[in-house]
Ligand binder design. Structure first.
Ligand code: CA
Length: 424
């Protein structure tokens, strides 16, 4: 079974230069047209391909996939089929849309029922998220936070290099790109204040993350090895784990993040498969000291994915505040999943795992405003003359991600959300 679609393949669908969605990508998402129902799609260029309609017209007939799966309003029933079947589906789609294949290319009357321009559809939440784990796996991010809040000489806590630190989050507040989020209210306490106060957070922040989604369940008691971990990973998406730093600072002791983290986390609409990202696989940073045997991962499990964060104030141009890369992750996704399950914790199809904020080594690659503005001491100058220490009301946060190698670009598109004023 072919994992990587031929990098030289061209589609008869127009794909512009710098597009994230060439015929080699073939991600999966859920969309609807005005008045229509939600269903499964993929995308080439700026064209949405309705897989439900493609199946109805007989193009996917012999793939051993129940066509009802393509009329589902979530990807979970497709993901559960497993990687070999999804791989066959991606290969078939690549074949149908390859430029010399006339079966659909020369039939505009059928195309009208299957293909939709991007701007004529609405993208929906791609996955019904079961459980949600948020890791803390960027050494640069963990070091920065340690320097700011604890002890610059001992920025990393003693456990950090021995295990991928994480916590269980809340799945109900994970929403798709384009969903706007009200500034959260909560308890905060200024360092100098005697008692806490209640009101809108003054320190709403983004966290630049990549999430992976699982496609295979395990039984309670079973563990997943690092060698088998990627069989359980359907694909990746961009993930903005919105955080209220002032609420977090007051509430997190001793049990960790709670209401500072569950007022909205935003995921991009397309799940890009690990197969599509295969050409961009790279080794991770050297792990020192050596990890315990169950965390040892043979081979390269990091991916070279360039990541940008931009802030767009109301009626203003977007302004880039971060350029980072997923390849900086100290703990990779195979180690994260092995650690998640090492105690026998079971996982399900549709679980979502956030990488943790992805900061790089230089200040322009820090993945949160907390770090970029260094706890408010280095405000970001915006093109309109205003400053940002955190996110203002009516700012839109945009994250983009893409891999480039040898003229092949595979990307995620973007994840975008506007911070609205707090509700009364
Ligand atoms: Ca996070």
């Amino acid at each position: 079974m072919i994992k990587v679609i031929d990098p030289g393949l061209k589609s008869w669908i127009d794909v512009k230069e710098y597009c994230d969605f060439p015929i080699q990508n073939i991600p999966f998402g859920i969309f609807k047209t005005p008045g229509g129902h939600a269903r499964v799609a993929t995308r080439i260029g700026d064209t949405i391909i309705d897989l439900n309609a493609l199946a109805k017209h007989g193009f996917l007939g012999d793939l051993d996939i129940d066509p009802v799966i393509f009329s589902s309003e979530i990807l979970n029933p497709l993901m559960v089929l497993g990687k070999p079947i999804c791989r066959a589906l991606r290969n078939r789609i690549a074949d149908i849309f390859e430029k010399s294949n006339v079966s659909l290319r020369d039939h505009p009357e059928i195309q009208r029922k299957i293909l939709f321009p991007l701007n004529a559809v609405q993208m929906l939440m791609p996955v019904q998220v079961g459980d949600y784990t948020d890791f803390y796996s960027s050494i640069e991010h963990a070091t920065n936070v340690g320097i700011m809040f604890r002890d610059p000489a001992n920025a990393l806590l003693p456990n950090w290099r021995h295990l991928p630190v994480g916590y269980h989050g809340r799945s109900s507040s994970i929403v798709v790109s384009g969903t706007n989020i009200h500034r959260p209210k909560g308890q905060t306490k200024a360092v100098t204040a005697e008692v806490p106060e209640f009101g809108p957070s003054k320190q709403v922040d983004f966290e630049l993350e990549i999430a992976f989604v699982t496609c295979k369940k395990t039984k309670l008691g079973q563990s997943v090895s690092t060698a088998d971990a990627e069989d359980h990973v359907f694909g990746l998406a961009l993930f903005n784990d919105l955080s209220a730093r002032d609420i977090q600072a007051w509430e997190y002791v001793p049990l960790g993040p709670f209401l500072a983290k569950n007022f909205g986390s935003v995921v991009s609409p397309w799940i890009v498969t690990l197969d599509a990202l295969e050409p961009f696989r790279v080794p991770g940073p050297k792990q020192e000291p050596a990890v315990l045997a169950y965390l040892h991962a043979e081979g390269a499990h990091n991916f070279d994915i360039q990541l940008d964060v931009l802030i767009k104030p109301e009626r203003q141009e977007e302004h880039q505040v971060c350029h980072s890369n997923y390849k900086y992750m100290y703990w990779n996704l195979a180690q994260q999943l092995a650690h998640q399950t090492v105690n026998g914790c079971n996982i399900n199809v549709g679980d979502l795992y956030g990488s943790g904020t992805i900061s790089g080594p230089t200040p322009d690659s820090f993945g949160s405003m907390l770090e970029i503005a260094w706890k408010g001491t280095r405000p970001v100058k915006m093109p309109d003359g205003t400053e940002r220490k955190f996110i203002n009301d009516n700012d839109t946060i945009i994250m983009r991600g893409y891999s480039i190698k040898d003229n092949l670009r595979i990307g995620f598109g973007e994840v975008s959300t506007k911070i609205l004023p707090a509700l009364p």
